[in-house]
Design a protein around this ligand. Sequence first.
Ligand SMILES: [Zn+2]
Length: 675
Amino acid sequence: MQKLILPAGLALLALSSCNNSEKKETQQFLITANMDSTVRPADNFYNYMNGGWFKTAVIPETESGMGSFLDIDNRTKANLRTIFNDLAKASPKEGTIEQQVADFYASGMDSVAIDKLGYEPAKPYLKKIDEIKDIKGIVNFVAEEQTSANQLLFAIYIGPDEKNSAVNIPSFYQGGLGLPDRDYYFNQDPATKQVVEAYKTYLKKLFTLSGVDEKTAANNVEQVYTLEVQMAKSHSTNVELRDPQTNYHKTAVSALNSSMPNIGWNAMLATMKVKTDSVNIGQPKYFSTVNGLLKSTSIDTWKLYLRAHYLDEVANALSSDFVNASFDYNGKALMGKKQLKPRWERMINNTDAALSEALGQLYVKKYFTEDAKNRMLELINNLQKAFEVKIDNLDWMGNKTKVQAKEKLHTFLKKIGYPDKWKDYSKVKISKGDFFNNLIACSHNEYDFQVGKIGKAVDRTEWGMTPSTVNAYYNPTINEIVFPAGILQFPFFDLQADDAINYGGIGMVIGHEMTHGFDDQGAQYDKVGNMRNWWTTEDETKFKEKGKAVVELYNGFTVLDSVHVKGELTLGENIADMGGIAIAYDAFKMTKQGQDTTRIDGFTPDQRFFLSYAQIWRSKMKDEAMRQRINTNPHSPAEYRVLAPLMHFEPFYKAFDVKEGDKMFVAADKRIKIW
Ligand SMILES: [Zn+2]
């Protein structure tokens, strides 16, 4: 039930999960067994590095895809499992984080008790819905559930005010839909229709499992779905959501009370414990539509909507028939998975989400070293230097903007491994036998922490990802780059590996996150995180022109039969990928190995650098998952995250002798270079 909301599109990837001491089978950091020697590197570099693996790898039944990220994720999960097993033997003292983590996990593992309860834990909430009599009652239920992280109708996020980034304000974002994106309600292609059918089947199941007869359930679903279609019509598209300016509307609560009176903002905010006189309404069109729908849709239909969506939110905390119903839709239909993950793995994910920094403390104590942190800092500093030189040498940017850009670059807050200050869990009561209420206790604690920040100075030490997460992010309102311990593992990073491997791996990730500070979104924020234009008009125009070329480039890549990459949706990530590899390369060239020519495994240092880059993106995905990714995810598919940046990067041409006629060749005057 815990959810983490980051401002859109900043993470390295939108999949979700280090340093472990397990010995690799050989000390070979380039897994040459994965390569395909029948492919010429200049024709398809991604397949040259990963093609051998691609031909034989079989996606596990429980997964929607596989590759380097899953490998690390599995390694991390095994480590976390060791922690849980050790804790179970230790019977830690009541009230310690060890006890909380151990008992939370144990409560989730007790499938006998959970199954015996059926949907008993949800009944008091369903009763509340049954007793709703008016619009006030609808809004009140929604508001109450927000405090348990059940984000019915909308999402709330507490973070820096984008135009006054030193102070926290609450932001309200559109929500309310059960399909992954508004377009799913309107697209008429067979793949979408299949997903819609699976969604309706799921909703129907939620009704029948909670005591509604088949015929009534089918009718209920149509009412709920019709209401969702009306919400979907008012939703901003995922491309519109990428523009920070058009998603910022700081509004006085008094004004909201008069413009959207049905919502009853004062009462709603009071129930949500939000104390403020102004809020940011991300998408006003959606909220005024909801305001209208509260009146134009019958209370009975609203109650069906709340019942379906409440059960959807808590399904995974109920008995296995609810869990399976949720999996049929979320796992099978949307992601192409065949089988539910084993319970222990799901419970590790749950514990990580619910007691994130409690589990995180135990994780880094055992699996992360200061050496790794120091080495990372050195890499980051070297990339920062390389980026500065790059800015100085840009031929399209004037001096005035350059000064500003460099200032921003040098203001990056660098976070590595885990937070300096841990979140407080002392008020959370966790008991071994009550999974459902354990989840609520954790959600309340996190929610209270979040709303407690409103109106206060921004605490720049806070983290938006848990330490074991295999991912990284840039956050424009803090101007920070963040690398959890989870991603600091091979093939991204290894203390024993040569520089080519680390710079082509985690170096590229560092460069990617840094470039987010200067992609089409990040460039709109200044060095302290305020949305403020620091560009000269001339430079801004040139920058936007270059962005357009990137959009066109990626629009040209086809993935599944007729499905092509969405250039506008993926623009920020693509700029970050293209910049990331270029900055990492320049930093690599400053190292001893970067200036050397000694071959390892038969490859020059430059070749190894590029091969490491292709190696980190080794990935295979189920069609269902790929389709959803293309529709909703701001990242391009792994293959194009490698091919496109390299097709436009001069040093790659030299390293692998790419010539006219090769499939990856792009004429020099057509190559795109932003950073
Ligand atoms: Zn990114």
